[in-house]
Design a protein around this ligand. Sequence first.
Ligand code: NDP
Length: 243
Amino acid sequence: MSIKDKVIVITGASSGIGAATVVNLAKQHAKLVIGARRVDKLDELKEKYSEAEIITQKVDVTNFDEVNDLVTTAIDHFGKIDVLFNNAGIMPINPLIKGARDEWQNILNVNVMGVLNGIAAALPIMQSQKFGHIIATDSVAGHVVVPNLAVYNGSKFAVRAIMEGLRQEHHNDGIRTSIVSPGAVATELYKSSTDEATQQAELENEKEIGLSAENVATAVAYAIDTPDNMDINEIIIRPIKQP
Ligand code: NDP
């Protein structure tokens, strides 16, 4: 089945990697249900890429009911869900000594519970369809720990473990699982850091060496477009200058 016949649900679609993926897939005439909190950004994409069928919906991935509604929208409008791209994420950077417990909780809620909420909403439907593909944006930070990023690292290590568990539990149900793990990408992600000096350093690093969101979207589209008997379990993409 080509991309144009696929129903694809995307979280974190209002900017960065998610928005670039919407554009890539819209140009291939996919049927898209796209979610984020900033619906105005989603509507701009829908208007600009009218060659694809795009449904926009407000979703906060920390809220299971909203994630479930997003998946239900795909079923109500298109009768199936081929792909769930669990992409929404945040990356506040802080040393552990700051004890930023609210921030830690938020990272875990968005990056880990957000992915689990997507799985909880889509998996029973995919199991009964006997097909489906769940993709998560993980990170090189899910492989390598660096100072000041420990909680984000923990969230991305967790996503990798959860996605591997999903693969092991459901590969016999026709369900494919993929993780896309980029290194530095030039997006708005640096804005989720509460520390201004860190924001600036992160922005400069991304501008200096980062991949584009479009680079990563190409990898997501590749994973989606492979034949159903193939499971691209993980794609790691570093900018060439990243150690
Ligand atoms: P952006 O900040 O550009 O995009 C993040 C997206 O997540 C936005 O669309 C935002 O939408 C959405 N989001 C954040 N919080 C929530 C929430 N509670 N509910 C719903 N949506 C939410 O950054 P990226 O494109 O870089 O990030 C996308 C993914 O890529 C993340 O999982 C990130 O961890 C991962 N990643 C990024 C890297 C990078 O260097 N940029 C490297 C490796 C991985 P809105 O605010 O409208 O809700």
